[in-house]
Ligand binder design. Sequence first.
Ligand code: ZN
Length: 297
Amino acid sequence: MNKKAKLKKNKNNYLRNLNYNQAIFFILFLIIIYIFNIVKSNINYFKSKIKPHIAKGTIASVNQPLSSIRLPIFLYHYVEYVADQNDTIRKSLNIQPWVLEKQIQTLKDAGYNFITPSEAIQMLNGNIPLVIKPIILSFDDGYRDFYTDVFPIIKKEKVRAIVYIVPGFIDKINFMFRNQLEEVADSSLIEIGAHTVNHVWLKGLEAHHIKKEIVESKLLLEDSIHRKVVSFAYPYGAFDDQISKIVKEAGFTSSVSTISGIEATHLNKFYLFRLRPGNRIGKSLIDWLDQSVFYSW
Ligand SMILES: [Zn+2]
């Protein structure tokens, strides 16, 4: 073999080895990425399984159907530090995050147990034991501040809550992104409820339109979060007998209204009462909650 041919052979060998090494490195790189993703998703999984706070001695009854439960359901919209001070609508619907945190701490200190609407109905039906002093924190619409401001407080305080989502608004400005919703749904602390597809005023619409808004909101959400969605909220609190019947027939087990009250029964399962706690914290919150009658506002 002459010198030139030898050089060419060495070069070919070198190139073949180079390609071989590159391929090995590439495969190793893919394996590392794959393992990293598995570890990451496991960490997220364990992170999401935060055990909810349950006060001591909380089981109030063994499994038996109940005629009614004293069940305050708090209604929230925005929870954030409103940046635009001229946004009066947002300001009027807003609770500052520190107030929410203080309200949760007040309720925990007073022995309240945080449940979700699907659990409340199971307690009413006698499928699971009733806890003492049950309470629900409900957040309407699925604003982005639910993810940025509320969710961290919920995780910190280890309480449970429900957020009613409008699937047509996901990823839109001001509303949660789909991946944020998925993360919230993956946490063991938050139940996801439906709130129609487009946040429509249901009263007065034709039956097929009402049905479409209600049924599709359930299906779209179930598709997104891979879980059953069984709780509903009427946009603007607007409903009538026909609308609540459609909600029931769609497979929901409860629906919340904006009627003021504190009693959950088999009669009002599809128009559960809610309360606006406002900025009350500490003793004023507990005293207000302890009053026997709640008036509409
Ligand atoms: Zn709403």
